[in-house]
Each structure stands twice: as structure tokens, then as C-alpha cells.
Design a protein around this ligand. Structure first.
Ligand code: SF4
Length: 252
């Protein structure tokens, strides 16, 4: 069990060490094969680009109150650029909105050196390696959950989690049940766009949104107005809810 981390610098050091372990991970043979295969084959438009082809750690403000949890890196987004939600259509949608809501310094996320900074916001994924057809197996999701748990133990200022899509939502709920079972009741947390769940003492408030994938944003399943509404609600809540506990204060 980690003791409460008091200083931002300590959080940064802890996260850097964790990220080194994440980047070196080869625990899921299918995902290791796939991420490397995608990096080798490349998409024609990125044929000159040297793909990252490794697990993709989270990125953002280590003191953040908002943590955004996606599903996994995109084959030609995070798996190409090496930074989560960077260089693909989902990133374009998400970061434009985070910028509008004041959580990012710029509306674009195209490469590791593009100058993007998050404020009061950390962005990560439930699974750190790109899965074939964006579908990690339950075993792969479970394999990666330890990393998610370690991230949250370092992100001790977290008060709100925005889960993007059902898999990210279910992963966070499973993680919360496994590591912070206090007050969490079975069968009550169903993914629904726009839902907000107050999970209980020691846990952040959980918000759910459809994933900003092109399939959802191009078809109107997830619109700008719908996503803005959620981020605005989170902003308002962060400023007004009586937040009492941070995630890491109730470790078993
Ligand atoms: S998905 Fe997670 S546990 Fe599996 S190889 Fe990638 S980093 Fe490791």
C-alpha cells in the first residue's frame, strides 16, 4: 500500500517510474503481437512515420481532479504517436472539447511535441495496448487493471472520472469494486450516456459518455452539444460538490 503522496513532484516521479514499467510491459501476447504488427505495416498516409508500437501510458496533470478514461490506444493514433488520444479522430474531438472547457491549453493533439498541456485533467486508457478491432479480451483488460489502479493511487487529487464508452466504464467500475469496494453496490452501475454516479466515500464521482470515436461522432450518436454538456456538468460539480475524500485515502 502506498502512503498518501503529498507533493506534486513526488507524484510526477512516481508516475514516471510507473510509465516506464507500462511501456516495457509484454504481459498480453496477442496485444504485443498486434501493436508491433500495426507499427510495422503502418497506414499508407503515415508510411514515413516511425510508429511507437508499445503500450501507451496516460498523460496530463498529475494533480488533476478530473481523470478521463478511454478504452485503449488507437492503432494509428496513440499506438503511432506514443501519447494517449493523440493523432486520430477521437483525439481531435476530445481535445477540442477539453480545450473549450478549460482543461487543455490548445484544441489539437497531433504528436508528442505539439505543446499540448492539460490543466486539472489527466487522460488515460483502461487498456494500454491497442487491441484488434478495439476489443480487448476480459483477460487482457484484467491484466492491465493493475496499472490503472497504480495510476489512480498516484492521482490522489482525483474527484471525477469521465469514462468514455462502455468498456472504459465497466473497467473503471470493476477496478473500483476490486480496489475500493466500500459503498459500491452490485448491479447498480449501468453504462448510460450522460449518467453520473456518486460512488461513495473514497471514490471519485463517475460520469459516463459515449466514446468520441468517428463511428459515434460521424453518425450523430455523440454530438458536440452532448459532450459539452457533460464537461460543463463536471466543471460545475468540481466547483460545487462537497468533495470529502480522495481516491487514495481509503486503500485497503
Ligand atoms: S495491455 Fe496492459 S498488461 Fe497487456 S501488454 Fe499492454 S500494457 Fe501490458
Amino acid at each position: 500500500m502506498l502512503n498518501s503522496l503529498k507533493h506534486g513532484k513526488e507524484r510526477e516521479n512516481m508516475m514516471n517510474l510507473l510509465n516506464q514499467r507500462i511501456i516495457a510491459c509484454r504481459k498480453c501476447p496477442r496485444l504485443v503481437r498486434y501493436r508491433e504488427e500495426v507499427a510495422k505495416k503502418r497506414r499508407r498516409e503515415f508510411s514515413d512515420f516511425e510508429y511507437w508500437g508499445k503500450p501507451v501510458p496516460g498523460y496530463g496533470d498529475f494533480n488533476a481532479r478530473l481523470v478521463v478514461v478511454g478504452l485503449a490506444p488507437a492503432a494509428h493514433g496513440g499506438n503511432r504517436t506514443g501519447r494517449v488520444f493523440t493523432g486520430d479522430s477521437s483525439a481531435k474531438f476530445l481535445v477540442r472539447h477539453l480545450n473549450r472547457a478549460g482543461f487543455a491549453n490548445q484544441p489539437i493533439s497531433v504528436s508528442k511535441d505539439d505543446g499540448l498541456r492539460y490543466f486539472d485533467c489527466y487522460v488515460t486508457a483502461a487498456v494500454k495496448c491497442v487491441p484488434p478491432e478495439n476489443k480487448p479480451s476480459p483477460k487482457e483488460t484484467s491484466n492491465c487493471m493493475g496499472f490503472l489502479a497504480e495510476e489512480f493511487r498516484i492521482l490522489e487529487n482525483c474527484k471525477a472520472v469521465l469514462a468514455l464508452g462502455k468498456i472504459a466504464f465497466d473497467s473503471f467500475v470493476t477496478f473500483a469494486r476490486k480496489y475500493h469496494h466500500h459503498g459500491l453496490k452490485k448491479g447498480k452501475l449501468r453504462f448510460k450516456h450522460g449518467a453520473r454516479y456518486i460512488l461513495g466515500e473514497g471514490l471519485p464521482v463517475l460520469y459516463a459518455s459515449y466514446h468520441p470515436s468517428p463511428r459515434n461522432t460521424n453518425t450523430g450518436k455523440l454530438t458536440d452539444a452532448m459532450f459539452s454538456k457533460i464537461l460543463d456538468k463536471i466543471k460545475r460539480d468540481l466547483d460545487s460538490l462537497p468533495w470529502k475524500q480522495s481516491l487514495s485515502q481509503k486503500e485497503d
